[in-house]
Write a new protein. Structure first.
Length: 664
C-alpha cells in the first residue's frame, strides 16, 4: 500500500522516518522515489473482495512473499520451484497480472526479480534501447505470463545486463533508466503534439494549446454502463482497448489504429476506437465535464475530470486506461433526444446540446458545477510583454492598436494572408484581459451562408421536427454572458468579416455596436425581446485585403469600425530574434529575397501593400532544413505569385527563380 501512484513524496518520507524510528533503522531515509514502480490507487491490493476470492488467496500471497525472500538469498532450483508454484497461483487470481505481481517481487528483492510493469516492458521490447538480437531471444509477453516465461525473461535479461554490451548492470539500473527515458520520450512526444496543435491553432483560429478550455464529453462506462457503479465508487472513468498498451507512447491516431488491428482483430477498421483512445489520452484535460450515458436514451451521472491520463497494466480486463473523476451526480435522467453510440464523444461544439444536458442538473442541491471548477482555475498571465514575445509587432504599433480598440470598441485588422491576423487577434484580447482566459474570448468565421439567424436569433426546427423554435445565435449568447460579468472585458472576434453579407448578418445591430449606443436597447426581429450590446464587449474583425472576390464592406458598418493595417513583421525585433535563433544562411537569404519581392509587390499598381507576403509563412520553425524551405517556396509562395501575376508570366518566372536560388 506504500507504493501508490497518488502518494506524495512528503508522506512517503514521513512514513519511512516513523518506521526507521520504530525499528531503530540506522540507514538514511530516502528523499527521492523516482523510478520506483507504483500501482494505481484503485488497484493497489493483491487480493480481491470478499465473495470473489477463496480462503487460500491471502495465504498464497504470503507464501509467494516468503518463498521469494528465500530464493533471493539462495537461488537453488528447489527454491525456484516453490516461488514458481505460488507465482502461478497469484498471477491467475482476479485483479492480478504481470505488472502487479512482478512489481511486488521487485519491491521484495530488486537484485533478484525484474519488474515487468508497462514502462519496463516498453523499454525492453519497444524503445530500441535494448539490442534487437536480445529482444528477439526473449519470450513474448502476454496478459498473464506463467512462472517459466517470467524466469526465462529474468535470466536472459540478467545475462545481457552483466555482459560488456550493456551500460546498465542490474535490474535497479534498468528500472531507473526505463523510467528516466520514458519520461524524456513522453515529454518530447507531448511537446510535439502540443506544437502541432499550436501550429494548427494559428492557421485555423482554434483554441490555444496552453489554454485549458473546458470541454464536455459524453461517456459510456462499459457495455450498457456495466462499469458505472464500480467507477462511481472508485472515483474514476476508464475506457477499453487496453490490449494495445500505454496510450501515451503513441504519436498519432493511425498508430493506435494499426496496433488495434495487430493486437485485437485485423478485420475491423477501428476508426472510432482510435479516435476515442487518442482523445482520452491526449485531448481530455482536468476540469473537463463528463456526462455519463446508459444506452441511447438515459443519462445516469455527471462529473469533473481531476487527473491526467493513467495506464494501469495490472487491471485484469481491457479497461486499463484511466482518469480520476470527481463524480458530482448519480441518478437517472431522460436524455434529450438520442445519444450517439460511441464510447467517448467530445460534444463541446454542440452548444445547444450541451446546454440541454447541463439543464438536467440545474436544480440539483449541493451541486458542484463546472462553473465551480472554472472558478478555481488559474490561467497563464498574459500582458504586453508576452504579446510582443509571441507576435511579430513593435511596441509602438501594439500601443496604437490597443488605444484604437479602447477608443472605438470595434476594430478590423486588415492585411494580406500570412501577416498573422488570426494569431494576433486572440493574443491582443488576452493581453488586454491580462490572462489567457478563453471563456472571455469567442471567435466565429463569416461566410456567404452565415446569417442573422446564426449570429443573433432565428427560427429552427424543434427536435421532433413538428414545430419551429427560436434559437439564439453566437453573438447574442456571448453578449448575455458578458452582461452578467460587467467587471471584466470580453472580446468577440470575427474572422473573414468581409466574406459575409454584413447587412443581413448584423441587422438592427448596426446601431447597437457603436460606442455611444452601447447599453441602449432595441427590439429583436423574431422574439420581440429587448436586446443591447454591453459596454464591456469589444469586437475585433479580420479581413484579407488580397482577396479579389470580395465586395467592398458596407459603408454603414465601415464607419463603425476603426481599420488597422497589418504588415509583414520581418523587421520587428521579435522576428529578428527568431531568425537569429534558427541560425540558417539559406533561411536568411530567403527572407532577404522575400523582402525584395514585397517591395516589388507594393509598387505594383495592380497589387500594392495589401498583397505583400506575410511572415506567418516562415513562423513556428524549430529547425530549418532543405525540404522545409523547398516546400515553403514551391507549394506556398510560387502558387501565390501565379495568382497575383496570372497575366504576367515573366514576373512569375523571374521571382520563382529568385526564390529557388535563395535556398540553393
Amino acid at each position: 500500500l506504500f507504493n501508490k501512484s497518488m502518494m506524495k513524496e512528503s508522506n512517503r518520507i514521513a512514513i519511512l522516518t516513523s518506521i526507521a524510528s520504530l525499528f531503530n533503522v540506522k540507514s538514511s531515509v530516502p528523499t527521492s522515489f523516482d523510478s520506483v514502480p507504483v500501482l494505481n490507487n484503485q488497484n493497489a491490493t493483491f487480493y480481491h473482495f470478499l465473495g470473489e476470492r477463496t480462503d487460500s488467496d491471502i495465504d498464497n500471497l504470503w507464501n509467494l512473499f516468503e518463498s521469494a525472500l528465500r530464493y533471493s538469498r539462495d537461488q537453488s532450483a528447489e527454491n525456484q520451484a516453490v516461488v514458481s508454484k505460488y507465482f502461478d497461483m497469484a498471477i491467475n487470481k482476479k485483479g492480478n497480472g504481470n505488472s502487479k505481481i512482478t512489481m511486488g517481487l521487485y519491491w521484495i528483492a530488486p537484485e533478484t526479480f525484474m519488474n515487468l510493469d508497462s514502462r519496463n516492458e516498453w523499454f525492453i521490447y519497444t524503445s530500441g534501447k535494448i539490442p534487437a538480437d536480445v529482444v528477439a531471444g526473449l519470450p513474448k509477453v502476454i496478459s498473464k505470463i506463467n512462472s517459466k516465461t517470467y524466469f526465462e525473461i529474468v535470466e536472459k535479461m540478467k545475462a545481457y545486463l552483466q555482459s560488456s554490451r550493456s551500460s546498465l548492470k542490474d535490474f535497479k539500473e534498468l528500472s531507473f533508466e526505463a523510467w528516466r527515458y520514458s519520461e524524456e520520450y513522453n515529454k518530447k512526444e507531448k511537446e510535439k503534439k502540443q506544437g502541432q496543435t499550436q501550429r494548427d491553432s494559428k492557421g485555423a483560429g482554434l483554441a490555444d494549446a496552453d489554454v485549458d478550455t473546458i470541454h464536455y464529453w459524453l461517456y459510456a462506462p462499459g457495455t450498457n454502463a456495466s462499469k458505472w457503479d464500480e467507477y462511481y465508487k472508485a472515483g474514476i472513468m476508464a475506457i477499453g482497448w487496453g490490449q494495445i498498451g500505454d496510450l501515451s507512447v503513441f504519436t498519432s491516431k493511425d498508430e493506435m489504429k494499426c496496433k488495434m488491428k495487430e493486437c485485437i482483430d485485423p478485420s475491423k477498421p477501428y476508426r472510432n476506437a482510435a479516435y476515442a483512445t487518442w482523445q482520452f489520452a491526449n485531448e481530455m484535460k482536468p476540469g473537463d465535464v463528463v456526462f455519463v450515458k446508459k444506452g441511447l436514451h438515459q443519462i445516469i451521472g455527471r462529473g469533473i475530470v481531476t487527473s491526467d491520463y493513467q495506464y494501469d497494466d495490472s487491471i485484469e480486463d481491457e479497461y486499463k486506461n484511466i482518469r480520476q473523476v470527481n463524480w458530482t451526480d448519480k441518478g437517472q435522467w431522460t436524455h434529450p433526444g438520442q445519444a450517439v453510440m460511441k464510447t467517448l464523444t467530445d460534444i463541446t461544439q454542440y452548444t445547444e446540446y450541451v446546454e440541454k444536458l447541463r439543464a438536467l442538473f440545474a436544480n440539483d442541491e449541493d451541486d458542484i458545477t463546472e462553473e465551480d471548477a472554472e472558478e478555481g482555475k488559474k490561467y497563464p498571465i498574459y500582458n504586453k510583454t508576452e504579446f510582443l514575445e509571441e507576435v511579430f509587432m513593435d511596441a509602438n504599433s501594439y500601443d496604437t492598436l490597443v488605444g484604437l480598440l479602447k477608443f472605438k470598441m470595434n476594430v478590423i485588422l486588415q492585411g494580406a494572408p500570412g501577416v498573422g491576423k488570426t494569431f494576433l487577434a486572440k493574443r491582443l484580447a488576452y493581453s488586454m484581459i491580462g490572462e489567457k482566459n478563453p471563456n472571455r474570448v469567442m471567435m466565429v468565421q463569416f461566410h456567404q451562408s452565415y446569417s442573422y439567424e446564426d449570429f443573433i436569433e432565428g427560427f429552427r426546427p424543434s427536435e421532433k421536427g413538428m414545430s419551429f423554435d427560436i434559437k439564439k445565435g453566437a453573438f447574442y449568447k456571448f453578449c448575455k454572458t458578458a452582461q452578467d460579468d460587467m467587471d471584466h472585458d470580453y472580446f468577440f472576434i470575427i474572422d473573414e468579416i468581409n466574406r459575409g453579407n454584413i447587412s443581413k448578418i448584423f441587422g438592427e445591430l448596426f446601431m447597437l455596436i457603436e460606442k455611444d449606443k452601447r447599453g441602449n436597447e432595441l427590439q429583436l426581429l423574431y422574439s420581440n425581446e429587448k436586446f443591447s450590446v454591453p459596454r464591456n464587449v469589444y469586437i475585433i474583425g479580420m479581413m484579407n485585403t488580397a482577396d479579389r472576390s470580395l465586395a467592398i464592406l458596407d459603408y454603414a458598418l465601415r464607419r463603425r469600425f476603426a481599420f488597422f493595417d497589418m504588415k509583414p513583421g520581418f523587421n520587428t525585433e521579435g522576428f529578428r530574434k527568431y531568425q537569429e535563433g534558427l541560425d540558417s544562411r539559406k533561411f536568411d537569404k530567403l527572407i532577404n529575397c522575400v523582402e525584395r519581392l514585397n517591395d516589388v509587390i507594393a509598387s505594383d499598381d495592380s497589387l500594392g501593400e495589401g498583397f505583400c507576403i506575410g511572415h506567418s509563412y516562415f513562423s513556428e520553425l524549430k529547425t530549418v532544413d532543405d525540404a522545409t524551405l523547398t516546400n515553403i517556396v514551391e507549394y506556398e509562395l510560387i502558387p501565390l505569385l501565379k495568382e497575383y501575376w496570372f497575366d504576367q508570366p515573366d514576373h512569375v518566372s523571374e521571382w520563382s527563380e529568385n526564390l529557388r536560388r535563395a535556398i540553393e
